[in-house]
Design a binder for this molecule. Structure first.
Ligand code: KG4
Ligand code: ZN
Length: 350
């Protein structure tokens, strides 16, 4: 027996009416739910982090993550609705991340969202997680001027994008190997600094000398692409060589020098794009955008171009559902709805 086709057409709203969306996100190690009003207004944004659970393994264990998401999702949804003062019957649509991410986690929110869609007879909206990170900026700064350049840097992606307006974008460059956050995580694990790597490296770097060791920056010619695997190898070679020589390594100097190389690569490519495209604003998003040194270097280099750097507040930089709800609102206006057969796409691209 097939599932009856959902018919919600008579309930669809237009952009001059208030639209309430419940958004769900559990693509990695945060279980999250939010209620957005008209996209950028966040009525609630509940995130339950599993970071402590995965710390002892030095990274996210997918099977543990998906079991935990299953346990946490319903209480997180209840809390999101309660904090927003919204009941299920008030919702106009339900959204879930459907990729990229860990398949087990993606399936948890996707299944929940389908259930809500079917039970309430409201549209299901499948959202790309990376788009979510970008739109996190627009929640924090709704008046941001377009066109703009956006650098989205996370554990799984490093993308440089050009936005003419909020409805579409052009990909200028992306990583050809490791994502920026992945490089932080791998080097942190290699140095025994723990997980997640970004904050651990940043903390160690605060007491280190960033010019102590010069690590190479990938040169990819005219392209806007990024590469971090050569840097990762250079750090590992440096440590192995020093150990063989019986030299002591200053972890903090190493962390600071590595961080400087990542920051320099990211900032240089971004500035190159700013010089070529006439933009009004520059934004950074994704977990790595939380890095203070990165913000400082980019902001400094943008001064020459009379541009200000925008970034979301910390709670919107890392994974959350509000950013998914923001994207979902624009999809709602475009009537970009998903069928109940929508599958999780672990390697989904922008
Ligand atoms: O966006 P996010 O929470 O999840 C993904 O979609 O991947 O990003 C997580 C990534 C991790 O690789 C983490 O090490 C990195 O962001 N990160 C940082 C910082 N905080 C988180 N990287 C550098 N500096 C930070 N302060
Ligand atoms: Zn993310």
């Amino acid at each position: 027996m097939g599932v009856e086709k959902v018919n919600y057409k008579n309930k669809l709203k237009d952009k001059d009416e208030d639209i309430y969306i419940l958004a769900l996100e559990s693509s990695c190690d945060e279980t999250a739910a939010s209620v957005n009003k008209n996209g950028l207004e966040i009525l609630s944004n509940v995130v339950s982090s599993q970071v402590d659970l995965h710390k002892k393994f030095g990274g996210v264990v997918p099977e543990i993550a998906s079991r935990k998401h299953l346990e946490l999702l319903l209480p997180v949804i209840d809390q999101a609705l309660a904090e927003a003062g919204i009941e299920f019957k008030d919702l106009d649509a339900v959204a879930s991340t459907y990729g990229p991410g860990l398949v087990g986690g993606l399936l948890v929110t996707l299944t929940a969202a389908k259930t809500v869609s079917l039970a309430l007879n409201i549209p299901l909206i499948g959202v790309n997680h990376i788009a979510g990170h970008i739109y996190a900026n627009f929640i924090a700064n709704p008046e941001i001027e377009k066109p703009l350049i956006c650098l989205t840097i996370s554990g799984g992606h490093t993308d440089l994008l050009y936005f003419e307006d909020l409805r579409g974008y052009q990909i200028l460059g992306r990583t050809i190997d490791d994502a920026a956050g992945e490089a932080f995580d791998k080097i942190s694990r290699f140095l025994g600094l723990g997980y997640p790597g970004g904050p651990a490296i940043e903390k160690a770097a605060l007491s280190g000398n960033k010019t102590a060791i010069y690590f190479p920056r990938a040169d990819l010619g005219d392209s806007y692409d990024f590469s971090f695997s050569g840097l990762k190898t250079a750090v590992m070679n440096y440590v192995n060589n020093e150990e063989q020589r019986g030299n002591e390594i200053d972890q903090n100097d190493l962390a600071a020098s590595f961080q400087e190389a990542v920051v320099d690569s990211l900032a240089s490519n971004l500035i190159k794009a700013v010089q070529e495209y006439k933009v009004e604003s520059v934004v950074i998003s994704g977990g790595v955008a939380a890095n203070q040194r990165l913000r400082e270097v980019i902001a400094e280099r943008l001064k020459e171009h009379n541009l200000e750097l925008y970034y979301p507040p910390l709670e919107l930089c890392t994974d959350n559902a509000a950013m998914i709800g923001a994207v979902a609102y624009y999809q709602y206006l475009e009537r970009d709805f998903a069928p109940l057969s929508l599958s999780a796409e672990p390697s989904l691209k922008l």
